[in-house]
Write a protein of this length. Structure first.
Length: 376
């Protein structure tokens, strides 16, 4: 049977899997068995699922498959970071990054092919947008990474944290992202604690509220500026929902999820958003809604107009926040030598928005101006 006619079991959460097996005339516990094979033992060959009856093992390949995305590229950084380029359809691909640390291993997962938000400092945004990823394509990134890393659930867990911080805006692919995060947290799935799954958003306010109703995960907010004028330049979505509305939504989320962590991400760019005065403005915002601030040194990419702030400037910015009692960390850049650092993920995007072509034209025009200036 052609793959298109078979169900990809990675698309089903626990309820969906049980419904699928009920449709085959099987008991719910058969679905649970198969989930354990898929997510605990990382098995995608039905014939190897030896505690299933022979008739079921023969039936399943006719109606179903377990098909994670295929790897087009596997790159390792000198610091241990690992990046996979995972193929989708029609020449599209997304990037997934694993960041090992002494006490944990974090996997950065994509939710869309490209991104429609066009944040000016993000490499992904310059690639334009193609489509949302299916639930199977999201959880499939975790499955592929776990398989490659030798992750064995509850025994040798290499992946301890998952962050929805890869390509795309997760809240604009809400249903598929929520289903995938459910599988990350389900005991029959990857069994991660809720606090170890983090969704990062640029501030889609209504969907933050909806997320608070249906999921229990940590929240990261891409803030990057402490006032609306500057944030709108960096994050165009701010035109729709300004900082005050965004912080109100975060407060509502915190009220619903008192154990959840809210982190505010702030990418520091030289001469743009890194002054002591802006640090003081950020302190005032944090007094409205206590949360952690994660300072991210800007990671350059070809054609960008921005530069990374100097190390002393980054530390001075952090000191202003710390002296005011704001919990503040500086994120150490990882995977820069393989373009796997924050803001550098690109993948391959069959751009439906023509934004990538526009970006390339601007880059070429800037280069031409530089050549003319040098000649003069």
């Amino acid at each position: 049977m052609a793959d298109a006619a078979r169900a990809n079991l990675l698309d089903f959460d626990r309820d969906g899997m049980r419904d699928f097996f009920a449709g085959l005339g099987e008991k719910p516990w058969r679905a649970d068995q198969v989930m354990k094979w898929i997510y605990h033992r990382l098995e995608n060959n039905f014939e190897a699922m030896t505690d299933l009856g022979k008739s079921l093992r023969e039936k399943l390949p006719e109606v179903a498959l377990v098909a994670p995305p295929r790897a087009l590229l596997d790159k390792a950084s000198s610091d241990g970071t690992r990046k996979w380029l995972l193929g989708m359809d029609a020449g599209n691909a997304v990037e997934t990054v694993y960041i090992p640390e002494p006490t944990r291993g974090t996997l950065c997962v994509s939710s869309q092919i490209g991104c429609g938000l066009n944040c000016t400092f993000c490499s992904t945004g310059t690639q334009g947008f193609n489509r949302n990823l299916a639930a199977s394509e999201i959880i499939g990134q975790v499955w592929h990474a776990a398989k490659q890393l030798g992750n064995v659930t509850h025994q040798q867990r290499r992946i301890t944290n998952v962050v929805m911080m890869g390509m795309g805006e997760p809240l604009l692919n809400f249903d598929n992202v929520v289903k995938a995060m459910s599988l990350m947290r389900d005991d029959l799935g990857f069994g991660l604690a809720s606090k170890r799954v983090t969704l990062s958003t640029a501030g889609v306010v209504p969907m933050i509220d909806k997320l608070g109703e249906v999921a229990d995960v940590s929240l990261a907010v891409s803030l990057h500026a402490p006032n609306d004028e500057l944030r709108t330049q960096l994050v165009p979505l701010n035109k729709r929902w300004g900082i005050a509305e965004l912080l109100d939504a975060c407060a509502r989320y915190a009220a619903r999820k008192p154990r959840a962590t809210i982190t505010f991400e702030y990418t520091l760019m030289k001469g743009v958003n890194d002054t002591p005065a802006l640090a003081k403005q950020l302190v005032k915002l944090m007094r409205r809604l206590p949360g952690k601030v994660n300072l991210i040194p800007f990671n350059p990419f070809p054609g960008t107009q921005y530069e990374r702030s100097d190390e002393t400037v980054i530390r001075d910015f952090q000191t202003v926040l710390l002296n005011a009692g704001v919990q503040t960390m500086v994120r150490r850049t990882r995977g820069g030598d393989i373009d796997a650092a924050c803001g550098q993920l690109k993948g391959k995007v069959a751009d439906r928005t023509r934004r990538h072509a526009d970006f390339q034209r601007r880059v070429e025009a800037a280069r031409a101006s530089e050549v003319q200036a040098d000649a003069a």
